[in-house]
Design a protein around this ligand. Structure first.
Ligand code: GAR
Length: 216
């Protein structure tokens, strides 16, 4: 089995990275994590990945004159490691259309809300402020528009009376760790196809696997 050479891009603690690394240790997982790359040299996740024996690199966005210069360096590192696929996992920089064009159909992101609700930041605070009863997380293909793109997997969690942004965020995060490996497995094994804005089962494949666990 050829495994998809995948890079995980992080900016912080890297708990989703941990979940992907753990899943990719299974011999039948269709992707191998060939690189963990951060825009922050001091990201705690980088040290964790290094300790786990994974190749790591940092491209510090602050030293570049502009976004595209930064992205050209990222691209060079990704090409050096012969990366085929990218998982954004708490990578907190927006990309230009140029970079997204390089990785069209080959880049996933995880977002801590049930898209298309709550794009952007502070999703748990905003969900609580709106009084919604169900919240969750989404794995989607990356397109030039922020937090848009075909949805691969979602998981829902209840919003409880005594929730704070932290408790709700922790409940969502636990589900992020479930659906991101699931989504990468589906995409890397070629079991899904993109039809417009929808991600469907590939010909002959059941779409059952697209249904993420709901913990209601
Ligand atoms: C996760 O909750 C992820 O969904 C979110 O950042 C956190 C990173 O945590 N991503 C975004 O908000 C992207 N806009 P982690 O570093 O522990 O995986």
């Amino acid at each position: 089995m050829t495994r998809l050479r995948t890079a995980i891009l992080i900016s912080g603690r890297g708990s989703n990275m941990d979940a992907l690394l753990a899943a990719a240790r299974a011999p039948d997982f269709p992707a191998e994590i060939a690189l963990v790359l951060s825009n922050r040299p001091d990201a705690p996740g980088l040290a964790k990945a290094k300790a786990a024996g994974v190749a790591v690199a940092a491209v510090d966005h602050k030293i570049y004159a502009g976004r595209e210069e930064f992205e050209r360096s990222l691209q060079l590192v990704l090409e050096t490691y012969r990366i085929d696929f990218i998982c954004l996992a708490g990578f907190m920089r927006l990309f230009t259309p140029w970079f997204i064009g390089q990785w069209s159909g080959r880049m996933l992101n995880i977002h801590p809300a049930l898209l298309p609700s709550y794009r952007g930041l502070h999703t748990h605070e905003r969900a609580l402020a709106d009084g919604v009863k169900i919240h969750g997380c989404t794995v989607h293909f990356v397109v030039p528009e922020m937090d848009e793109g075909p949805i691969v997997a979602q998981a829902a969690v209840p919003v409880l009376d005594d929730d704070t942004p932290d408790t709700l965020g922790a409940r969502v995060l636990a589900q992020e760790h479930v659906i991101y490996p699931l989504a990468l497995r589906l995409v890397a094994s070629g079991k899904v196809r993109v039809a417009g804005n929808r991600v469907l089962g590939a010909p002959g494949e059941s779409t059952d696997a697209l249904v993420a666990p709901a913990v209601l």
